[in-house]
Design a protein. Structure first.
Ligand SMILES: CC(C)(COP(=O)(O)OP(=O)(O)OC[C@H]1O[C@@H](n2cnc3c(N)ncnc32)[C@H](O)[C@@H]1OP(=O)(O)O)[C@@H](O)C(=O)NCCC(=O)NCCS
Length: 143
């Protein structure tokens, strides 16, 4: 079941972060700030997948989406993304933006499968000089 994360979920989110992002994982402090702060919407699914958006004006930034390795390719991230899009629309966003490492083939394929298109490239944006792709999804009313 997908629901809003609460402070009691912080430990589970940190476990997901470490399993999915390694050295780039958010710390407990960052996760706590996202869950507690008013700016972000943090959704969690059965303690092994989660996603975060931040909405400013008509743009929702997809800050995080991650699924524990043992639960991948079962549509879990798709359901989390759908719930994040619904939350973004509720907050009056009409598009979602994200940055993804150009070598993260799984994530790029996932976003493309869900209708995101690449709108620009940020050269050397990530550690090790890896480029970022900036991808966008229009948030239609009927999706
Ligand atoms: C990217 C990620 C969130 C996808 O999660 P998931 O639950 O496995 O995704 P889904 O099962 O909902 O995938 C839906 C579709 O996305 C595409 N997709 C997902 N993973 C893919 C992969 N490894 N290779 C190719 N296509 C993939 C496919 O089209 C898939 O549909 P299919 O399984 O019917 O072929 C997951 O791989 C992950 O947590 N990665 C590590 C964290 C990360 O990189 N997050 C994004 C940072 S920008």
């Amino acid at each position: 079941m997908i629901r809003r994360a609460v402070l009691a979920d912080v430990d589970a989110v940190v476990v997901i972060e470490r399993a999915c992002f390694g050295a780039d994982a958010w710390s407990e402090t960052l996760v706590t700030a996202a869950v507690e702060g008013g700016r972000s919407t943090v959704l969690i699914d059965d303690l092994d997948a989660y996603g975060v958006i931040g909405v400013a004006g008509d743009v929702a930034d997809l800050e995080r989406i991650a699924v524990m390795p043992s639960r991948r390719r079962q549509g879990v991230a798709g359901r989390v993304l759908d719930a994040l899009c619904a939350a973004a629309r509720e907050q009056e966003a009409d598009r979602m933006l994200l940055e993804v490492a150009a070598d993260n083939a799984a994530a790029i394929a996932f976003y493309a499968a869900h209708g995101f298109t690449t709108i620009s490239r940020r050269t050397g944006y990530y550690r090790g000089g890896i480029d970022a792709l900036v991808m966008q999804l229009e948030l239609q009313e009927d999706r």
